[in-house]
Design a protein around this ligand. Structure first.
Ligand code: F6R
Ligand code: MG
Ligand code: MG
Length: 379
C-alpha cells in the first residue's frame, strides 16, 4: 500500500496574499529532497497556488501519520523563517500552534490523503486552490462522481454504473454521514449545496471498493475561533479504469462556478481554472484560482507533474470568469457579491451593534423628526 499526501499551508505571501516567494519554494524543495534521500518519502514535489505551498508526497506510513505530518510541519516552519526574514506578508499565517503534537489535525495546515494499492497504471490529479474554502470541491465532486451529464462513464462503464459513496462532514457539528449515490443524490444535494457547512471529505467506488477522492476539510476560522484566512483547499482524484477518466475529472472546471472567498475571504467570485504560471490572484485578491497537477504513479514515484489546465480548451472558462467577476464587482458591498453576514470572515458588525445600540428603536415608536434650524433674521 502507498499513501499520497498533499499537505498545504500559507506561511507568508509575496506580495500581500498573492503568491509564494521563490526562496520559500526552494527551501521546501530542499527539505523534500532530504526526506526522499533519507527514505522517509518515496517521492515528493513542491507546488503552489496563490500564497499557499503544497507538499505532494508519496510514502508508506498511511494517512494521519505522525512522521509525515511532523515533517510537513517542520518544512512549513522553515519556509516561515524565510518569510519572516524577508518580512513577507502574514509570515506563518497558517501555523496556529507553537508546537507540533501527534498530527496536523486542528493545527492549521490543510491536508488530503489517500492510501491505496497501486494499480498497474495509476493516474492521479492533485487540485490546489487559493482564496476559497473546502466546500468549493462539492460541486465538481458531485459532477465527477454522480452526474451522467458530466461523466458518461456512470452510464456506459459497468465498473462505474453502481455508483459511489460520498462521505460528507458537517463542519459545524463535527459529524459525518455517507450518502449512497445515485440512490441518495437528492438527499445529499440538500446538504452539499450549502458548502460553507457541509463538505465532501471523500468518495469511494462501490464496485471497486477503492477510495477515489479525498479533500482537505479543515476550516481554519472554526479551529482558531477568529479570522485567520480562508482554508484554500486541496483535493486528490484517482482516475481511469472504473473511476472518472482524467477528462471527466477536469470537465466540471470548464464552468467557472461561484465560490466563497476572494477579497477578505468575504465575497462570492468565480472559480478560475489556470495553469501554474497564472496561479497568482491579484485582481480584488482573486478571482479564486484552481490549478491541477497530473501524475502517473509508478512504484510510488511521481511521474510528472503535467499542468492540466494549461489547455486552451479552458480559455473560455477563464474568459467567462472575467465576465462574471465584472458583473459581481458592480454589486460593491451588496450581497450576493458580499457573503451573508454569518459567513463573513471580516466583520465590523459587533462593533457597530454596540455603537448603534441606542439609536435602534422599535418600529412602533414615533420617529423623532429632526428640529429644523432656526432661520436667521433677515437684515
Ligand atoms: C483572502 C485574503 C485577502 C486578505 C486581504 C486583507 O483570503 O487572504 O483578500 O483578506 O488582502 O488582508 P489583511 O487583513 O491581512 O490586510
Ligand atoms: Mg495569505
Ligand atoms: Mg491562500
Amino acid at each position: 500500500m502507498i499513501t499520497l499526501s498533499v499537505i498545504k499551508a500559507d506561511t507568508g505571501g509575496f506580495v500581500g496574499h498573492s503568491a509564494v516567494h521563490p526562496d520559500m519554494l526552494a527551501e521546501a524543495r530542499r527539505e523534500l529532497g532530504r526526506a526522499t534521500a533519507s527514505g522517509l518519502l518515496i517521492d515528493g514535489r513542491v507546488a503552489s497556488c496563490g500564497d499557499d505551498i503544497s507538499l505532494i508526497m508519496t510514502h508508506t506510513y498511511g494517512v494521519d501519520a505522525g512522521l509525515i505530518h511532523s515533517f510537513a510541519w517542520d518544512t512549513f516552519r522553515a519556509t516561515t523563517r524565510i518569510a519572516q526574514e524577508l518580512r513577507l506578508y502574514g509570515a506563518g499565517q497558517d501555523l496556529l500552534s507553537d508546537a507540533f503534537s501527534g498530527n496536523l489535525k486542528g493545527m492549521g495546515p490543510g491536508y488530503a490523503e489517500l492510501e491505496f494499492e497501486e494499480r498497474p497504471s495509476e493516474p492521479v490529479l492533485c487540485f490546489l486552490a487559493d482564496k476559497t474554502e473546502p466546500g468549493a470541491w462539492n460541486l465538481p465532486l458531485y459532477k465527477m462522481f454522480a452526474d451522467p451529464f458530466n461523466t458518461p462513464g456512470l452510464v456506459i462503464d459497468e465498473k462505474m454504473h453502481a455508483g459511489f459513496g460520498f462521505e460528507v462532514y458537517d463542519l459545524y457539528e463535527e459529524k459525518r454521514i455517507v450518502f449512497d449515490c445515485p440512490a441518495d443524490i437528492y438527499d445529499m444535494l440538500m446538504y452539499i449545496g450549502a458548502p460553507a457547512r457541509y463538505v465532501v471529505h471523500g468518495v469511494r467506488s462501490k464496485t471497486l471498493g477503492e477510495t477515489a477522492a479525498a479533500t482537505s476539510t479543515q476550516r481554519l476560522s472554526l479551529i482558531a475561533g477568529k479570522y485567520v484566512g480562508k482554508d484554500d483547499p486541496v483535493m486528490i482524484i484517482r482516475c481511469q479504469s472504473g473511476l472518472p477518466a482524467v477528462g471527466e475529472a477536469l470537465e466540471p472546471f470548464a464552468f467557472p462556478y461561484t465560490v466563497a472567498g476572494c477579497m477578505r475571504g468575504s465575497h462570492h467570485a468565480p472559480f478560475m481554472p489556470v495553469p501554474v504560471e497564472h496561479a497568482h490572484p491579484s485582481r480584488f485578491d482573486g478571482p479564486p484560482r484552481v490549478v491541477c497537477l497530473g501524475f502517473q504513479i509508478r512504484g510510488g514515484k511521481l511521474i510528472g507533474p503535467r499542468d492540466m489546465f494549461d489547455d486552451p480548451a479552458f480559455d473560455r472558462a477563464r474568459q467567462q470568469a472575467g465576465e462574471v467577476m465584472d458583473y459581481l464587482r458592480r454589486h460593491g458591498p451588496f450581497e450576493p457579491h458580499r457573503l451573508p453576514l454569518e459567513d463573513l470572515e471580516y466583520t465590523t458588525m459587533s462593533i457597530l451593534s454596540r455603537r448603534l445600540a441606542n439609536r435602534w428603536t422599535p418600529m412602533t415608536t414615533e420617529v423623532a423628526t429632526p428640529t429644523p434650524p432656526t432661520p436667521s433674521p433677515v437684515p
